[in-house]
Write a new protein. Structure first.
Lengths: 281, 336
């Protein structure tokens, strides 16, 4: 898993190569590892996460939002809500920061080959699916139909707007974007309604299909019954859990949901696994 | 006949080790409180009192540096911690309930990713356990299947004898090595009897039965009942020989500083608090439940071990009188 006698808490240094403001408070950083060996050797799978350092403030946990098929850099997207994310937000192009990882399990993408995929995301929860979306689009031949249902409270809360445009224009992707009632401006060309409702109206066929769901707890809560109604079994549905973490290594003791460690056993779980867990997330 | 080392020879051993430059850690009085701390002379060692905190901090300090950072313009320089800085150590006078916790902690610090901060100190430390001759109302080592003469975790084990001195037995290669290196001090033989050993007055815990109950009772009125008065001070976790939750924080200025790992506790409200404001363990009963679950179920599920050695420290120190043994007894005696 890792070299012996190494300090497992020591981050790799990375340089901020690009800064994108997705929404007024969500930012994406493109990061390039400073050490050549790390840059070439950093291998991860879609779904894995990392610990990102703003030195002097500490570390924060986010998924790796870019696709493993895009080499040479990684990306993370985060909302500025705390001490570390405020400091990460202050980073400018050329600044140095730290990355530890990749950690956790990943989407079993090979098991999805030959199947249709339905991505369902809400708000800031698109990043953990975006890594997989691009991973699949970069291997487009291996999958059947790809449907993306993505919603946010308002138009301005939608992240990756340029990519939404790209997906909308592609013939091999069906993008259904929506905003909550009242969140649409005069120019809005998408749907209006909550994600679970729009998913139900979109009605993707369950047969030979995998659903991947990420969103705030309330969205997940109302989306799972819709998928069930559409005929999806609990083993056809995947999601990610996001508990507070410090080490990311199965030691510090805070991310557990019952006896399941989100950092080691997750963050990717099937709906079947989630339903077997106690309500502690 | 027993193999025997006199008190004088033991003192000579410790003083020789100190003179050789080893760090010798033993129970000593520190501002009126017995703690495992480095000795400057063997005469500082006190053996009659249970140290206030456990011996885990010899491997897992309250707070330690993981690395340091310096910023210069847009560049950052990180300085790793050199494991060579951890001194060769002899930990002596360790209570069996403390010594046995150390191999229990090996499991979490060595599975998958290796925490060399813990493991390197572990490699560099020889543990001399001491049989326990005094138990108080809070002690319950025998209830969790241990005993005042449990040698697991010790490299060398001492049992106090009537008339002074100790019977000794080696429990590992490190123990053998220590004896070999100082063989002139370990030549004694005696027929003296051992001092009366501690005999905790406590009912045995059926760990399997307790785990079986916990497997089925994540939701149970018991949790509200036992934790309603818990103030979330975290003292139980800090004195526990087996609790090992930690935080990672940066300390310093924007220009330069250190990243540190420090003890944390699942009883703290902020422990699981998300930046979004959401908290999966938002109420004290949920946090206390995690403490019991981690000790008697989760650690068992993962590593096949119990995270409690019956030292009773959490019972003694709790400011509101929460008694973990009484809670486990309640679980033991529950019908379903």
């Amino acid at each position: 898993m890792c070299d012996t006698n190494k300090n497992i808490y020591l981050p790799h240094l990375a340089t901020v190569a690009e800064v994108v403001d997705e929404t007024p408070d969500v930012r994406t950083l493109r990061l390039v590892f400073q050490d050549e060996h790390v840059r070439d050797g950093f291998a991860f799978r879609a779904g894995q996460f990392a610990e990102y350092s703003a030195f002097g403030a500490g570390e924060s946990t986010f998924c790796i939002a870019s696709s493993p098929t895009r080499k040479g850099h990684i990306e993370c997207s985060f909302r500025s809500v705390g001490r570390v994310t405020e400091e990460l937000r202050r980073l400018e192009v050329g600044d140095s920061m730290g990355v530890r990882g990749p950690y956790g399990n990943s989407y079993p993408i090979e098991e999805f080959y030959g199947k249709n995929l339905v991505f369902v995301a809400g708000g800031i929860a698109l990043p953990p699916l975006r890594t997989l979306i691009w991973n699949c689009l970069d291997l487009r031949d291996k999958f059947g139909d790809i449907t993306i249902v993505y919603g946010a409270r308002t138009e301005s809360d939608l992240v990756y707007k340029r990519e939404l445009q790209e997906w909308q224009e592609r013939a091999d992707v069906r993008l259904v974007k929506t905003v909550d009632p009242g969140g649409n401006g005069p120019e809005w060309d998408g749907r209006v309604g909550f994600v679970p409702t729009i998913l139900e109206e979109t009605a993707p066929a369950a047969e030979n299909t995998i659903a991947l769901v990420c969103g705030p707890p309330v969205m997940i809560k109302f989306t799972l019954p819709v998928l069930e109604k559409l005929g999806f079994g609990d083993e056809q549905v995947y999601t990610t859990l996001e508990n507070r973490m410090k080490c990311g290594l199965g030691k510090c003791g805070r991310c557990n949901v019952g006896n399941v460690y989100v950092c080691k056993d997750g963050p990717v779980f099937t709906a079947k696994q989630i339903k077997a867990m106690p309500m502690e997330f | 006949m027993k193999k025997y080392i006199s008190q004088q020879n033991l003192n000579t051993l410790l003083d020789n080790l100190i003179a050789e430059g080893r760090r010798v850690v033993a129970p000593r009085m520190s501002a009126g409180i017995p703690l495992y701390e480095p000795l400057t002379s063997s005469t500082e060692m006190v053996t009659g009192l249970l140290p206030r905190r456990s011996a885990k901090e010899a491997f897992f300090p309250v707070c330690e540096e993981l690395m340091s950072y310096e910023k210069e313009g847009q560049q950052v320089k990180l300085t790793d911690v050199d494991p060579a800085r951890f001194p060769e150590t002899v930990l002596v006078g360790v209570r069996p309930c403390d010594a046995v916790a150390i191999p229990v902690l090996d499991a979490v610090f060595s599975w998958d990713y290796k925490d060399e901060f813990f493991l390197e100190r572990r490699r560099k430390t020889t543990i001399i356990g001491l049989a326990c001759t005094t138990a108080d109302d809070a002690c319950f080592c025998t209830a969790v299947g241990l005993s005042p003469t449990e040698t697991r975790g010790s490299d060398l084990f001492l049992t106090p004898l009537v008339g002074g001195g100790y019977a000794f037995e080696s429990c590992s290669a490190k123990g053998e090595q220590l004896i070999t290196n100082h063989k002139e001090l370990f030549t004694g033989q005696t027929k003296a009897k051992t001092l009366p050993l501690a005999a905790p007055q406590t009912e045995k815990i059926d760990v399997k039965k307790v785990k079986g109950w916990l497997d089925e009772h994540f939701e149970d009125p018991l949790w509200d009942g036992v934790a309603v008065r818990c103030v979330g001070c975290g003292a139980c976790a800090f004195v526990c020989p087996a609790c090992h939750c930690f935080d990672i924080v940066d300390e310093g200025t924007e220009k330069a500083g250190k990243r540190r790992k420090s003890w944390d506790a699942c009883g703290f409200w902020k422990f699981t608090h998300h930046a979004s404001g959401h908290n999966p363990r938002d109420l004290q009963p949920k946090r206390y439940r995690n403490r019991i679950m981690h000790k008697f179920k989760y650690y068992n599920d993962k590593f096949g071990q119990t995270l409690c050695t019956g030292c009773g420290r959490c019972v003694r120190i709790c400011p509101v009188g929460i008694d973990i043994k009484a809670i486990i007894d309640t679980i033991m005696n529950s019908e379903c």
